[in-house]
Design a protein around this ligand. Sequence first.
Ligand code: TYM
Length: 333
Amino acid sequence: TPRVFSGIQPSGDLHLGNYLGAMKRFVDMQETGIETVYCMVDMHAITVWQDPEKLRHATRELCAGFIAAGIDPAKSILFNQSQVPEHAQLAWIFNCVARMGWMQRMTQWKDKAGKNAQNASLGLFAYPALMAADILVYHATHVPVGEDQKQHLELTRDIATKFNHDYGADFFPITEPVIEGAATRVMSFRDGSKKMSKSDPSDASRINMTDDSDTIAKKIRKAKTDPEGLPSEAEGLEGRPEARNLVNIYAALADTSVDAVLKDVGGKQFSEFKPILSELAVEKLAPISGEMARLMQDTSEIDKILDHGAERARAIASPILKKTYEIVGMVGA
Ligand code: TYM
């Protein structure tokens, strides 16, 4: 039976890349009627230092973001990772299945740990094994993510395959990544070769989901572009990462294709296109930030949703972990 799982880290502000590459897709999948499980991965967040007060705030705000974007806690399971201990328990087993060499090859590890790997946390190194546990503790079959998580999902498949092989059990499913839509890799507004990211020190490089309409408009107005006008076909975006990025964003916000967008705006200058993009972005994003702010006024409601979600998540995860323990040979009731 199909089941969708995905997660977002409550570290820093939620941005447009998270929304278009992940959250908006999560809503689409929820509406298909497939069981959907969405997680604030607070244990992943602490692989790099997080101020406890900020982590609390970011977790609740991320939950508010999910709901404001259209995740319905009655349809989807919405919870935070630390409250379902089965994730950490299965992650330990996967730590013993995954190989050091696999982890060392992860580009995100190499980027994040950089030259100072000796000083990175052990958790940051083991991060992808916890991610595999997140997914496989629900026997999830489909995982919607942005392009940057592709390698981690391949590793998840490798872990499932090796576990099944080592224990002679056809137990964990081989998960399908779902990397779809026009904005699987939203780029920085300052540099078209870098992805839009929470950790970029420049706030102008990204649109945060909490930005107000004026800020959104200003960031789009200032976004880096090249001097040429917009092409009327997608090939014309070749070698023009900034132009491609803005067209991708427009297409994703409008739920249409890049070709369809270029049919409309091909030939326009950026001075004309940017206001159109701005208007669409404000129309789509301002209601979300407004609703997030409203939900954050009373966080007890959010905490209740997370508690209830964790209970539902555990009901799925607990028997799968129990069966895993049996397969591995751990004695107990
Ligand atoms: P995180 O928190 O960095 O990002 C959350 C989601 O947003 C996507 N994303 C983007 N998509 C398009 N353009 C961008 N610039 C952009 N930046 C981020 C990410 O691809 C992701 O889908 N390791 C994961 C969290 C995680 C997870 C999981 C995901 C933990 N366990 C299990 C799926 C399944 C991460 O750090 O995402």
